[in-house]
Design a binder for this molecule. Structure first.
Ligand SMILES: [Zn+2]
Ligand SMILES: [Zn+2]
Length: 346
């Protein structure tokens, strides 16, 4: 892995990743650079380093922001400054140096911009008269942040067999009797499955339902992680360990294998008798997926809006405002009353 400086090779100013062109653009001198060009510059300016040094050097370029309100730990490169917590909006965040940790292996870079996200958010909230005013306020919309959500991705090999007790039932009748015939079988299905990148959420803070709703991500666009992709964005540090998340990934993989084997029995019904599938994890990747997110507080509750940073798919729920409901109720009442009065008078 190449460690890139988030500095413009032309003038040395801070450089940001541009999701639209997938380039690094310098606002200061107007230059644009591809990953290859950034790497060339980095190669010319750095000496040979080993893997461990690269790992340390990568993390060296990060700072974390610890939120004392909700406990979130958000990473950013040293030139991207956080002024509030993306999860709870609190400004009580402490900047800390990363002590230890693991740099991500793979990343899907952002493909849409903050403007795209703000526009999508405004579209969702348009024509909703009963929506609380907090969801219209520019200061809240401006808080939309690009954040990389951490995941563990496992390559898993499943080998073995599973035995099912199967039955086929048929019915027929003649002039005297009705017949039912039940055939019983024992069916053993052998299988070998190779799964690549079975995902498990590595963040306890980002709600699973939310992630499910903004999926899918196109994993064809996974790139080898480079620190430079983080320029201008935030990344959440994983808080679910590789081993803990694997328990869920393993369960999901096992269920899929058994289901596929069950499909091969070709009988009307089948019940698992003996499951001898054995799962082996061949490798683990730490990956980052792009999400635009804003959390808006209304009546002491946080409402999250999230947009897939790759596809643009957006989700979020909007509450009904009490004040807005009363005002609109009154307006409708007065208008109806006036119409009735006019009808009576004319
Ligand atoms: Zn420049
Ligand atoms: Zn927070």
């Amino acid at each position: 892995m190449e460690v890139l400086d988030n500095k413009c090779p032309g003038c040395g100013a801070k450089i940001n990743f541009n999701p639209v062109n997938q380039t690094w653009d310098c606002d200061y001198c107007g230059s644009k650079f591809t990953l290859e060009e950034m790497q060339k510059y980095s190669n010319a300016s750095s000496v040979e380093v080993n893997t461990e040094q690269i790992q340390n050097k990568t993390l060296d370029k990060f700072v974390t922001y610890h939120c004392s309100n909700c406990g979130a730990e958000i990473m950013a490169d040293e030139t991207t400054v956080a002024t509030f917590c993306v999860y709870c909006g609190s400004t009580a965040i402490l900047k800390e140096k990363i002590e230890n940790g693991r740099a991500p292996d793979l990343i899907i870079p952002f493909k849409n911009t903050k403007e795209d996200a703000s526009k999508a958010f405004s579209n969702v909230t348009r024509y909703k008269p009963l929506m609380p005013k907090e969801f219209r306020q520019l200061k809240n919309i401006e808080k939309i942040s690009g954040i990389y959500i951490p995941f563990w991705a496992y390559d898993i090999v499943c080998d073995g067999n599973v035995t099912f007790s199967c039955t086929d039932t048929s019915h027929w009748s003649d002039s005297k009797y009705r017949y039912t015939k039940v055939d019983r079988y024992s069916s053993t299905i052998e299988g070998h499955f190779d799964y690549e990148k079975v995902l498990a959420d590595a963040s306890s803070r980002f709600k699973d339902e939310l992630m499910d709703s903004i999926e899918p991500f196109d994993y064809q666009e996974l790139k080898e992680y480079n620190h430079a992709y983080l320029a201008g964005f935030f990344a959440e540090k994983y808080d679910v360990s590789e081993d803990n998340a694997y328990i869920r990934a393993k369960e999901r993989t096992m269920n899929t294998c058994v289901e596929l084997a069950q499909g091969e029995t070709h009988h009307q019904s089948s019940i698992i008798n003996n499951n001898q599938f054995n799962l082996v994890k061949s490798s683990t990747n730490y990956i980052m997926l792009p999400v635009w997110m804003v959390n808006i507080k209304y009546k002491d509750k946080l409402y999250t809006f999230a947009m897939n940073g790759q596809s643009g798919k957006m989700v979020g729920d909007i509450p009904i405002g009490i004040k807005e409901t009363i005002i609109w109720g009154l307006i409708i009442f007065i208008v109806t009353f006036l119409i009735c009065l006019l009808v009576v008078l004319l």
